[in-house]
Unconditional design. Sequence first.
Length: 587
Amino acid sequence: MSASVDGYLSIVRKAHEGRLKLPAFQRDWKWKPSQVILLLDSLRQGFPIGSLLFIQANPKIDLAPRAFRGASNEAESVTTEELVLDGQQRITAGLELFYGDGVNHYFIDLKRLETLAEERMVDLDETISIRKFLSDLDAEDGYCKRQPKSSDPRSKLIKSDLLWTGLLLDDDELERAISQYAKAKPEKTDFIRHLIGRNFRPRSSTNIPITTIDGETSIEAISRIFSTLNSTGKMLTPFELVVSVLFPKGIKLNDDVETFQELEPFYHKIDPTGDILLQTIAIFDGKDTKKSKLPKTITKDNYERFAGKGVERLAASAKFISDRVGLGLDASNELLVYPVIFSPFAFVWDELQNRQMSAGERASAEQKLAKWFVAAVLSRRYQQSTHDKQARDKTEIIRWIENDDLPEWLTETFVTRLRPATPDGAVGKLLRAVTNSRGLRDPLTMAPVGVGAEKKPSAKHHIFPTRWVHHLSGWVEKEDSANRALNIMYIEPSTNGSWMNCDPRDQVNQVIEKRGSVEAAKEVYRAHGITGAAFDILRKPEKSRQDFYDFIAEREAFFAGFFSSNYGINRPADVADEDDMEDDDER
């Protein structure tokens, strides 16, 4: 290894030209615009921004160099001198700031600075006053702003008093821009020359310590070094670690996952990060699925043996559950709950596909799989210690299918805590999925609604609108909440817009008029899990807080009956009032 220092702008220039590149296993750029602006402020003030770690390029070791995001069009063809192991975020931010070839442009907001200078009574003829102002200035003052990339960011200086940060890269370019601004707005000459000038350029004293690894270092050692880095204050995820572990073995995990996601849309919906695939490979190989252990668990051998089959079985099981339970995964993962359940599911699904079964046996097995999924959500089974449950479930479910040996946790699963469920918690999503499977129609337009490829764009409508419930007699704002899953139905956005502040009685009266009779309206609502008794509550001319809770209780009874008749999951014998219990969010 060797140590050196280099100026920040020099480093960014090398990345733009292509002399500095990234190894293929590097994570993608993840910084937010606010982080880019903070970096600019640090550079302006000459604050240290940390050290960098490079490795010399060596044609004997194929690290598949790729150009930085925002590098020049010729960068890929330029001979690589060094690759960046630690520093990608800071260097890419510089490319955004000073070359503008990314998706954003950044600007010094001169109007904002002028206002700040006036508020703080800066004397533009006094160097000490200007220096104090610049020393006190920081990113939170909002002097730098981001805008989508435009074809001519330079023109915004005269038009909008926005100085493109790309002009800070070169003294001559900056001086030319300052002169043009002063000529166009002579009353601001002192402001642009004395306060702005070169004060927002990165300090020439901002030299970055660089450690460079010898190019003869083995690819395995390089991978280990990369795996232990803590970049930009955020540890690499287990998936990113596995990427670096497999890369020396000739496996480009990122590329593979992207290909799998393109080929299998249902797989993509349940595993956008690739983590579920790695856990599935571990399950197929009988290994621990704990995420922190995946970098040691996943090997070249088990990846090549099980990755393809794992993706295929994940996609098939996701489609099965989506179709059976109503998750709508053909269009969205909005209703996806506990994606970690699909790893053991894929293993069980594979076992079933490899068996000779009669139609009756297969139907019974599939019914048990659907019950397993629904019961896992109702019992919040996959909220904690998921890897332990994944390992147990893959064997217990097969034993249940073979010998009708019901897993103990299933015997203890009941329909409880539906009333406090929020729309986007685990149980709330399940309730929405259940109704989504019932051929929903917008009560006014009769358009198919819900989540799915064959359905119209839909809104989650609060039947007792959150903006209206304060009209209920006895309603206590600090104690009561209308944001419950049992107070949700799917309708078209246009219908939702007209009903957002509307008494539920007015809603159903519109539907009765549109459908031609009370019974026809009730039939439409029944598909949404709103019983005749619940419908009658909505029609009451004067409603109280108790009516709201009676409506919630009616819908709870509907869903309890649904889970009992369709999955054999019942309510406990003694059902307590659970309104004071909070819903658990999906984890």
